[in-house]
Design a protein around this ligand. Sequence first.
Ligand SMILES: [Fe+2]
Ligand SMILES: [Fe+2]
Length: 203
Amino acid sequence: MENRQLAYKGMPFSREELVEKLKAALTDSRFQHVLRVEQTAMKLAALNKVDLQSASIAGLVHDYAKQRPDEDFILAIKQYHLDPELLHYGNAIWHGVVGWLFVKNELQINDIEILNAVRYHTVGHEYMTPLEQIVYMADYIEPGRDFPGVDEARKITFANLAQGVAFQTKQTLSYLVAHNKPVFPQTIVTYNSWVPNSGLDKE
Ligand SMILES: [Fe+2]
Ligand SMILES: [Fe+2]
């Protein structure tokens, strides 16, 4: 019964059927990650009064496109006339910013809130909805994550979702700069919207 309720989000199938599709599309370790993101997203959704089924579906599908070959993304960028600037990046950016189109077309998910949560889960944007914030954060702090600062990230996020977004955005930008990596322009927009005045401690 519980699984059938998920179908109301416009999907023609149950959670179990969706899980099978993800299992087929992902390596086992990524599939396990996706299940943990779903659980973390649902906890954050309960805390922040966000629809649990949206959090479940968005958590499950957020990395659906992660294992796709580059050619699929390049073709989609051209086919859908997306910003050609995107061609200078790679899977880390594409699997969300472009991958949501595969989620829509192949998993038949039409809920725009869920699709946007997939779209922005890596780069964020200026006005992230609570569901978008939840997927962005669940991906970062799910129990399998292990990096310096992850416990602090969890503590902050469970206390204050928006401050969690600020924390992750700052860490990501600092990491990219420290490693001389390119910064996707949207990440800077996210930084400017979420980090100053967020109440985060300064280092
Ligand atoms: Fe991802
Ligand atoms: Fe992920």
